[in-house]
Design a protein around this ligand. Structure first.
Ligand code: UDP
Length: 237
């Protein structure tokens, strides 16, 4: 699989950008992630990004606090656009070329998402950030990531988390939990291992898109993955 990887989609949660803060964006984290993305891109891999918005707003939490869910989810989707702009800025500061595409029209903040144009931009050496989720409430950015990864014909969907893969149980609660190196989609779905939402997992399975779950903060992990090293957990058919 190693040599076959030409194009990847990396999904980062909004929370990953917070660092040790309670919300918002830690510039040091942003810089670190952007550097790793550019390093991987520099090795000839095309990189698309989907970033969540959980560091700013989540529709479900706003809804629990009394807001209409659709409006809350719209705020969540706007949060993903803010994170995308922060990442675009950092990638450009570091010398990269990046286009933000939004699922709903938001010019001049970003271009309206088009799979064909995104593929052309990736071929031309730009990082493409697909922002604004799917554009629909009641979905998550995991699902947006799986959708965009399939549309963009990526070889791999990478989900960066705070843990270094998928475990048999929550490793924080169960000291006997062990990490899977590889897992079939049907097993991951049946066991509801909770690392990615089911809609996203089913989307990957039905389109035979391999998914790798890994710890973004393990130094050099992204580069190791595209070199074909077995970092984290691979979910495949
Ligand atoms: N969201 C949505 N539709 C989408 C993607 C995201 O409504 O297609 C909203 C939803 O409210 C979600 C918020 O955007 O809670 C932020 O996304 P998510 O929670 O997936 O971010 P992450 O957990 O990855 O930071």
């Amino acid at each position: 699989m190693a040599n076959a990887v030409r194009r990847i989609l990396l999904k980062l949660s909004g929370e990953a950008l917070m660092g040790d803060q309670d919300s918002g964006i830690d510039p040091a984290i942003l810089k670190r992630v952007a550097s790793e993305v550019l390093e991987v891109q520099g090795s000839g891999i095309q990189v698309a990004l989907v970033i969540g918005g959980g560091n700013l707003f989540r529709g479900a939490a706003l809804s629990a606090a009394g807001m209409d869910r659709v409006r809350g989810d719209q705020m969540g989707m706007l949060a993903t656009v803010m994170n995308a702009l922060a990442m675009q800025d950092m990638l450009e500061q570091l010398g990269g070329a990046c286009t933000v595409m939004t699922s709903t029209p938001m010019q001049p903040i970003g271009e309206v998402y088009s799979a064909h144009h995104a593929r052309q931009l990736l071929e031309a050496g730009r990082v493409v950030i697909c922002a604004g989720g799917t554009g629909n409430p009641f979905f998550t950015t995991d699902t947006a990531a799986s959708l965009r990864a399939v549309e963009l014909q990526t070889d791999l969907l990478l989900k960066a988390t705070k843990v270094d893969g998928i475990y048999t149980a929550d490793p924080k609660k169960d000291p006997k939990a062990t990490r899977y190196e590889r897992l079939g989609f049907d097993e991951a779905i049946a066991k509801q291992l909770g690392v990615m939402d089911l809609t996203a997992m089913v989307m990957c399975r039905d389109n035979k898109l391999p998914l790798r779950v890994f710890d973004m903060f393990a130094s050099g992990a992204l580069h190791a993955i595209v070199r074909g090293e077995p970092v984290g957990t691979l979910v495949e058919m």
